[in-house]
Structure formats: C-alpha cells, structure tokens
Write a protein that binds this ligand. Sequence first.
Ligand code: GLC
Ligand code: MG
Length: 243
Amino acid sequence: MERSLVVSDVDGTLLGDEGGTRRFGEFIALHRASLKLVYASGRFFDSLIKSIHEHQLPAPDAMICGVGSEIRDYPSGEIDGQWQQHVLQVFCADDVRKALRSFPGLVDQPQECQSPGKVSYFLHNAGATQLDALRDTLKFKGIHSDIVYSSGRDLDVMPQGVNKGSAAIHLAKRWEISHNNIVVCGDSGNDLPMFQLGVHGVIVANAQAELADYHRPGLFRATKPCADGVLEGLNYWLTEAVN
Ligand code: GLC
Ligand code: MG
C-alpha cells in the first residue's frame, strides 16, 4: 500500500477540544507506519513546538509554518532551503509594508508573526471590495503577491503562489506521494488553498464561513468540531474510501 500524506491545520482543527486532540493522537499512533504527518499553520516553528508539547500532539514529519512561507523538518527544525529560495525569489516584505503604509484599517500583527516571506495585519470584517482594493494597491506597485484572509480578522500578504497548498504539494513531491493519497484538514481561510488542490479534504464542523462556504466534490464535511471532525474525515478517507 502506498503511503498517505495527512496535512492538517492546527488551531481550530487539531486544537480546540482536548478530548478530540487526545483521540487524534491515538489514531495516529495506530496508523503511523503508513502515513506522513504534516502540520500546516499560520504560526511559526517555535510557537508550534510549544503547542505540540503543551497539547501532546503526535510528532509530525514536517511543519508548514507561516501560512506556507516556511517548511521545516521535525524534530530537527531544518529549513527546506529549496522552498525558502522559491518563497523569497519574488517577494520583498519591506516593499509590501511601504505599499500598504497608508491603506485604511490595517494594523500590524506582532513582530513574531512577521517574516521575510509573510507580512501580516489585522483587518476586521473586511468585505470583498476592501480586499479587492488591497490587491489592486499591491498590483499597482508591481508587487507579486497573494492575499489570504482568515477568521474575519487576519490578513496575510504572501509571495504569489505561496500558501499551505503549494507547500503541501512540495512535500508530496519530496516524498513521492501521489495526489490521490493526500488528505488535507482545516477550518479557516488560510486552509482554502489546500482544498483548492483537488485532493481529499476534511472540513471540520466548526469551520469559518470563508472555508465552509467552499464547495466542490471530494470534500468530507465532518459533523463534529476540531480533532474529532478530523478523525471522522480520516476514517472516511484513509480506512474506507482509499483502501
Ligand atoms: C496565525 C498567524 C497569523 C496569521 C493567521 C492567519 O494566527 O499567527 O500571523 O495571520 O494565522 O493566517
Ligand atoms: Mg485554523
């Protein structure tokens, strides 16, 4: 049997209900030999490590950090240099900051949320028109970027084409895992690019509207929230549909 690749968001997906997180750990322990496990988060490595220890999440093989702007092996923390080069090729965080300096409503996220490959703001309840205006401003200044909007609050400006989805595909290539054996799990807007890959998907019951409203065949909509929803989906994709 070919190995599967499970790529899951962390906050609101694997975390949020301690009982579910524990049950997820037990499931992974049973199936560990037949899968690669990756956590994909908007947060960076050090912050994720703390959560792994604090909530006893199972050890992953790698982590997609900063909304896809960084890939690190676990536990070594080694950065994927090839991906890093790709991320920084088309992007200069300072140019983004300059371009958006006077854009109304943007509030800088704390320093630990920023990196050379990700510029993050708070922007509360942004509508489509406001997000379009932001995109236009960046485009007008010649900046090759994508906007990721999550939880009606978090706005990430990313290098064009860099997101959790493209980072997941990079890892699948590295490990020679075919698209048919990838399962992605999430709850919010920064997870959407993973679902747009067309691979098997699990949307947990507590998902934000920005993800819950996304429709295409091949998505499993869990009836349970957080990690229990992930388990429902993994049971469906890994043990029923795939094998
Ligand atoms: C995490 C990150 C934050 C980002 C958000 C959405 O909360 O810390 O910087 O904006 O995810 O991607
Ligand atoms: Mg989340």
